[in-house]
Design a binder for this molecule. Structure first.
Ligand SMILES: *[C@@H]1O[C@H](CO)[C@@H](O)[C@H](O)[C@H]1NC(C)=O
Ligand SMILES: *[C@@H]1O[C@H](CO)[C@@H](O)[C@H](O)[C@H]1NC(C)=O
Ligand SMILES: *[C@@H]1O[C@H](CO)[C@@H](O)[C@H](O)[C@H]1NC(C)=O
Ligand SMILES: *[C@@H]1O[C@H](CO)[C@@H](O)[C@H](O)[C@H]1NC(C)=O
Length: 328
């Protein structure tokens, strides 16, 4: 998730105007909703978690669609990571109590749930395990063809692997580039995790980088080796990789509020702003980006909070939505 990137110095390099992208948006989520993470259904509609309420919404594709409340989780205050499983139209969702006043998680409050759909389309949600051993579960990604989910721990600075069949939880990767490096008391290390092109890509919010390391997700021993920095510096939250060519698109927090782009041949550099930006209201406080249906490299779906300050002051200004960013 997010970060109040205190002291971040803006290094945005803007694309020439000729490359302007087109942005459309859903209608706003209810006031007070911190839209946190997204996953695509095979139909093309998007599932969106909210971290300030224990809610998950479904948003149909197309501009001006109204977010529809799909499910309310019990015994928790919010939902954060969501990712498709290796089975079509079956998802895993992380829930837990996160305080936007202290910017910290309630230890032991996190759990993982399985979300599927009945024949008539209603959601079937089942808690499969508590994740008390993980300080702050955040981004999550499936290991294709396996029951494994990789889960980032933003507070402890680890990547865990959870077996959704045996419920076994194991540390999968530990490295200094996963650790938080608190800024103004905000503790946010590894945030988003993705498997793409034979690598585990991850973002680290405090360290303002995206990096990758060779990985399949199926290794028996914990991952060893040295990650390569893909993007830095960047006020990164989550990100997405173009599986076809390795280009990376970064959801960059306030005050940048942009989608940053790093092409495969520019790995190691600062992202170039291609959508939103500090002078734009198009993508205020973006938290995550995924590809729209059948549109890898062409159309991004971006979760947008409308600005984090409102969740701290509780003087809500709205603006939580799912934006569609047409890259071509
Ligand atoms: C998390 O929030 C739920 C709902 O408010 C509450 O019942 C539960 O006690 C909280 N758990 C922790 C560990 O704070
Ligand atoms: C609430 O969640 C906590 C943490 O996941 C768990 O230990 C507890 O058993 C849950 N309580 C209920 C009533 O589900
Ligand atoms: C934003 O607007 C200010 C004031 O017009 C300008 O100085 C600044 O360069 C702009 N920033 C970007 C990234 O366009
Ligand atoms: C709440 O936000 C609105 C709009 O930004 C602002 O005009 C108002 O003064 C704020 N109220 C308080 C109590 O901070």
């Amino acid at each position: 998730m997010f970060a109040r990137t205190l002291g971040f110095c803006l290094v945005a390099i803007l694309f020439p105007a000729a490359q302007a992208v087109r942005i459309e948006s859903s209608r706003d989520f209810p006031l007070g909703s911190e839209v946190e993470n997204l996953a695509l259904r095979p139909s093309g509609s998007v599932l969106a978690t909210v971290y300030t309420f224990p809610h998950i919404y479904e948003v149909a594709p197309g501009p001006n669609s109204t977010p529809r409340l799909l499910h309310v989780f019990q015994n928790t205050t919010g939902a954060c990571g969501i990712a498709p499983s290796s089975t079509p139209d079956v998802f895993f969702v992380l829930t837990g109590n996160f305080s936007f006043e202290t910017f910290g998680p309630a230890p032991g409050s996190y759990a993982i749930h399985r979300l599927s759909f009945s024949k008539c389309g209603s959601p079937i949600v089942k808690k499969i395990a508590g994740l008390g051993a993980i300080a702050q579960p955040n981004g999550m990604t499936a290991v294709p063809g396996t029951p494994y989910m990789l889960i980032a721990d933003s507070n402890g600075g680890f990547v865990y692997r959870f077996n959704t069949k045996t419920l076994q939880l194991k540390p999968y990767f530990d490295h200094p580039l996963l650790k938080p490096r608190p800024v103004g008391g905000v503790v946010f290390g590894v945030n988003g995790v993705k498997l793409s092109r034979g690598y585990l890509y991850f973002s680290n919010t405090n360290q303002q980088l995206v990096a990758r390391i060779k990985a399949t997700g199926t290794e028996m021993a914990p991952l060893q080796g040295h990650p390569e920095v893909v993007a830095s510096p960047t006020p990164v939250d989550d990100f997405i990789v173009n599986d076809l060519n390795g280009d990376v698109y970064v959801a960059e927090s306030e005050p940048l509020s942009a989608i940053g782009f790093v092409s495969k041949d520019k790995y190691g550099s600062a992202p170039v702003t291609i959508a939103g930006g500090p002078n734009s209201t198009a993508l205020v406080g973006p938290t995550a980006a995924i590809w729209a249906k059948g549109a890898v490299g062409k159309t991004l779906l971006v979760s947008v909070t409308g600005g984090f300050e409102q969740f701290v002051t509780k003087n809500f200004t709205g603006g939580g939505k799912v934006a569609t960013v047409h890259l071509e």
